[in-house]
Design a protein around this ligand. Structure first.
Ligand code: GRF
Length: 218
């Protein structure tokens, strides 16, 4: 898509990928869109142009629909293998011409086709202080290990499991009576704030760079 067909030169285009409840997505929606309670959009340089998922019937997609954001679903079960699914996902995301892709509770690994198009501009939020506790069960693993502090990490996605360069981290205490749910909820409160903050910073850099290179006054 040529830059002239972009929605706005003043915002960074985000595609957000989700697999579940989408509270991180909701935090981004709240930070980037106007609502009836707050008729002017908050001061954020990002615009969510689409939300994608690997499954149907999830609250994450419903949140996007309620906010009037286009959605798409790319299921592994509709494809012969992971390689085909990876190409289909990359194509579906590319159709929305994002500057930045945010994995917000997206429970699949990005494959080579996806990273070929979006490597270096795809970020993922994870509920532990990486490199501790990568993978699907980070709050459970933190509790099992008996750590007293855990947290959340924002990374640039690479081909590994939660191995990419670290952008930001936030620490969260583990309390004696925590179970997986209470700990994960405490982490997610901080995780959402970190995600909104850093997506804002990255979007600002993208818009700044675009303005500078196009010679446009900001
Ligand atoms: C977050 O803690 C994310 O880091 C992890 O799954 C959770 C998703 O939460 N991968 P939500 O769907 O944004 O509520």
């Amino acid at each position: 898509m040529p830059p002239s067909s972009r929605t706005s030169h003043r915002t960074a285009r985000l595609v957000v990928l989700v697999s579940g409840g989408g509270t991180n997505l909701q935090a981004l929606i709240d930070a980037t869109t106007a609502s009836k309670d707050s008729p002017t959009a908050p001061d954020h340089d990002a615009e969510i142009v689409a939300v994608g998922a690997d499954r149907d019937d999830i609250e994450g997609l419903a949140r996007a629909e309620r906010a009037g954001i286009p959605t798409f679903v790319v299921r592994t079960s509709d494809h012969d293998d992971r390689a085909d699914w990876d190409v289909a996902l990359a194509d579906a995301v590319a159709a929305h011409d994002p500057d930045l892709v945010v994995l917000a509770g997206f429970m699949k690994l990005a494959g080579p086709a996806f990273l070929g198009l979006f490597g270096g501009r795809t970020i993922n939020t994870h509920p532990s202080l990486l490199p501790s506790f990568p993978g699907m069960n980070a709050p459970r693993d933190a509790l099992d290990h008996g750590v007293k502090i855990t947290g959340a990490t924002l990374i640039v996605v690479d081909a590994g499991v939660d191995t990419g360069p670290i952008i930001a981290q936030v620490a969260v205490p583990v309390l004696d009576d925590d179970d997986v749910e209470t700990l994960h909820e405490r982490i997610k409160t901080e995780e959402r704030a970190m995600l909104v903050d850093w997506v804002g910073r990255l979007a600002h850099e993208i818009v700044d760079h675009r303005t500078t290179t196009s010679g446009e006054a900001s």
